[in-house]
Design a binder for this molecule. Structure first.
Ligand SMILES: Nc1ncnc2c1ncn2[C@@H]1O[C@H](COP(=O)(O)OP(=O)(O)O)[C@@H](O)[C@H]1O
Ligand SMILES: [Mg+2]
Length: 262
């Protein structure tokens, strides 16, 4: 089986945490895993255990000016009056530019293509969108995309060919409202499977309340991840949650999520 999974949700709910753990669990099963970091503020590299020295050297694709110029014919930042190729060659990019984390997980950092709130009609955007759209997975390969909080800019075009959209929510109305919007958008663009994951749950009551709201929104709850302060520590230290003791309950919940996707 090959699977393309997008992880979305409001900022700070735990998208990167979930994407990082999930990808390493697939990696441990011997699956070939490629993760895409589409969040400009993200730290997916540390979440999958890319060593610090290597993390500092990662250049996001959106900042590879020579590459973008070579592939699209126009250098980012130059006048966009000129024509650029809107479907540049991208099939070799993952092999060339992905860095390796733990459990064999490979990471491609996309960087930001937004100028202000929305997307832009610019060469870097053309490259990234084409990449995501035409990424062809081999047999038994998994692709997990850690999305930016809003779905606006990489959103529609890039989410379109995802098999599964995971919407991470936390106990709080704002994240639930965002989840509802994401669900509508996902259905509009034809993603067949959209599931919610409750993260940072600290009581049965909280879970009950969130479940109720998700039911109203028509979003199935695939897993509930407990609040665990060790994750904050992992984040501060730049360590992958799987490499810190005391995170077993969180990892078990992400395993439930993984099983629910089969
Ligand atoms: N289950 C959890 N319990 C406690 N803290 C968590 C949990 N999940 C994530 N966090 C913390 O919340 C913060 C935001 O998580 P992150 O995965 O970066 O969110 P996002 O990618 O959605 O912005 C980080 O400090 C992270 O360690
Ligand atoms: Mg993130």
């Amino acid at each position: 089986m090959a699977l393309k999974i997008a992880v979305s949700g409001k900022g700070g709910v735990g998208k990167t945490t979930v994407a990082g753990i999930l990808s390493r669990l697939y990696g441990r099963e011997g699956k070939r895993v490629l993760v895409l970091d589409a969040d400009p503020a993200s730290n997916l590299a540390s979440a999958i255990g890319v060593p610090k020295e290597m993390r500092g050297r990662i250049v996001p694709l959106s900042k590879m000016l020579d590459l973008i110029e070579e592939r699209t014919g126009v250098r980012p930042g130059s006048s966009y009056g000129g024509m650029f190729t809107i479907n540049p060659k991208v099939d070799d990019l993952a092999a060339k530019y992905a860095v390796e984390g733990k459990d064999g997980v490979r990471l491609l950092v996309l960087g930001t293509i937004s100028t202000g709130g929305g997307g832009c009609f610019c060469p870097e955007s053309a490259l990234l969108k084409t990449l995501i759209k035409h990424l062809v997975l081999e047999k038994d390969q998994y692709m997990i995309m850690d999305m930016e909080a809003g779905l606006e800019h990489l959103g529609r075009a890039s989410s379109r060919n995802m098999d599964v959209m995971i919407v991470v929510v936390e106990p709080g109305m704002r994240s639930l409202e965002t989840a509802e919007k994401i669900k509508d958008l996902a259905s509009q663009i034809g993603i067949k499977k959209v599931v919610a994951v409750l993260n940072k749950a600290s009581s049965v009551e909280e879970r009950g309340l969130v479940e109720e709201e998700l039911r109203k929104a028509g979003l199935p709850l695939a897993a509930t991840i407990p609040y665990n302060r060790r994750l904050v520590e992992a984040d501060l230290k730049g360590v992958s949650p799987l490499d810190l003791e005391g995170t077993e309950d969180v990892v078990a919940a992400v395993r439930d999520l993984k099983d629910s996707l089969e």
